[in-house]
Design a protein around this ligand. Structure first.
Ligand SMILES: *Cc1c(COP(=O)(O)O)cnc(C)c1O
Length: 425
């Protein structure tokens, strides 16, 4: 990154870098976390069992409204367990060394973090990527319907709610029901967001996943949880995540196991954070609103949602540059080249300008079908639905995530808004 390029650019000449870095989304602690960590220490529950875990599981199932919650090491491990549950339900238990989805296709969100879809590969399945819609930046129901026409044998869908904005859940679930498909909901970015009054994380069948990774809306430093409504799934995941021990006086194994349980120390952090979830959401919503107001004169739009239907958390505020205001930019596999033009800008220019002044943005998740590791996988898009065929790539090409840290002051945010304006000068 060419920092001096921006520091010496006449457009930015009276702007000074932030003394303290403005983060994309960093942990916000409140004090109670340390009390619960201390409790774990004092009582010597320095393991993957204990009161903090029990309490976090209770808090989360109450908040989200599922019958059960099980604390796990990460959101990724929760997604892995969810995928295995679905695989077992659909296809039975494989022999050791074989995946639960071996040779099976699974429909997956395309524009997302790779942790959404990698668990399908862990189990030997083949992700088929479903294009994105422009109303919420999530899986397009029209493309999903088309995918079922092409691959009617598919019985599992993995969908995400990106950046804290719920997907078009009713439309997607109806299609899945019509095709007798199970649904795994990746709610790792959307904890606290609601769809028609219901919390995301409640819609997965057999299960949904949430994450407490360090940059999520509340955090345990790491950690995740699986949510489910059926007791069989709860017990299965408890077993698999603790090395699949059978009920015997010695270590007896009928199934492959994992060491995926949440630590009671980390659960202490999460336990202290859960009561602040709503406060964090309010802060994220205020950030989104301030950007919306501050950037309204620019040729950009913010990450959209279905007004009156969903209440997003806006975990990250993102912008999309209008096509005719996008300065020329070419994306290669691991870098981009762009030019600077008056009245226009590009994601790379804005991200580099922000970085030069010590603020952290992030590119939009690069679609999975465009990742080298998944390049041979089918990608389903609907021609004629939009002007653009590949919606995910279009949003990646024109979009970026803005600094959305809930400790950002209004002065800091105003300066970020100012920097963005100057990129368009
Ligand atoms: C963070 C995240 C995950 C993974 O969560 P970890 O706790 O980091 O393993 C999965 N999916 C999405 C969409 C995420 O943003």
């Amino acid at each position: 990154m060419n920092k001096d390029k921006y520091l010496n650019d006449s457009r930015f000449k009276d702007i000074k870098p932030f003394d303290k870095k403005v983060w994309l989304s960093s942990p916000t602690m409140h004090g109670e976390e340390i009390k619960y960590i201390q409790e774990a220490y004092d009582t010597n529950w320095m393991t993957t069992i204990g009161e903090n875990i029990n309490e976090v599981e209770r808090q989360l199932k109450e908040k989200i409204g599922t019958n059960y919650c099980i604390g796990l090491a990460t959101g990724t491990s929760a997604l892995h367990m969810a995928v295995k549950l679905a695989g077992e339900k659909l296809y039975g238990r494989p022999k050791a060394g074989h995946g639960y989805l071996e040779g099976k296709k699974v429909f997956c969100s395309d524009m997302t973090f790779d942790a959404t879809v990698n668990p399908v590969a862990y189990e030997g399945g083949e992700a088929v990527f479903i294009d994105t819609e422009y109303d919420t930046w999530n899986m397009d129901p029209v493309a999903l319907e088309k995918a079922f026409e092409i691959y009617p044998e598919v019985k599992l869908v993995v969908l995400v709610h990106l950046y804290g904005v719920p997907a078009k859940i009713d439309e997607l679930l109806e299609i899945c029901n019509n095709h007798d498909a199970l649904v795994i909901e990746d709610a790792c970015e959307s904890l606290g967001a609601t769809y028609k009054g219901k919390q995301t994380g409640i819609f997965g069948n057999p299960a949904s996943a949430i994450s407490f990774n360090g940059n999520k809306i509340i955090t345990g430093s790491s950690g995740g949880a699986l949510l489910t409504n059926d007791e069989y799934s709860l017990n299965k995941v408890k077993k698999w995540s603790t090395q699949s021990r059978e009920d015997a006086p010695w270590y007896q194994h009928e199934e492959i196991g994992y060491n995926y349980r949440m630590s009671n120390v980390i659960a202490g952090v999460i336990r202290g954070q859960v009561p602040y979830l709503e406060e964090h959401i309010e802060q994220k919503r205020a950030i989104y609103k301030t950007y919306k107001e501050g950037l309204k004169d620019l040729p950009i739009t913010l990450n959209p949602y279905e007004e009156g239907i969903s209440e997003p958390t806006f975990w990250l505020t993102c912008i999309l540059i209008d096509e005719d205001a996008l300065a020329p930019i070419t994306y290669y596999e691991t870098y981009s080249e762009y030019s600077i033009e008056p009245g226009k800008s590009s994601p790379s220019e804005i991200l580099e300008a922000l970085a030069a002044f010590n603020a952290e943005g992030r590119p939009i998740w690069k679609p999975m079908h465009a990742q080298p590791i998944y390049k041979d996988h089918p990608f389903i898009t609907v021609e004629g639905r939009y002007k653009t065929v590949d919606v995910g790539m279009d949003i990646f090409r024109r979009g970026l995530c803005l600094p959305s840290d809930n400790k950002m002051t209004i002065e800091e945010q105003d300066k970020i808004i100012d920097i963005i304006h100057r990129c368009f000068e």
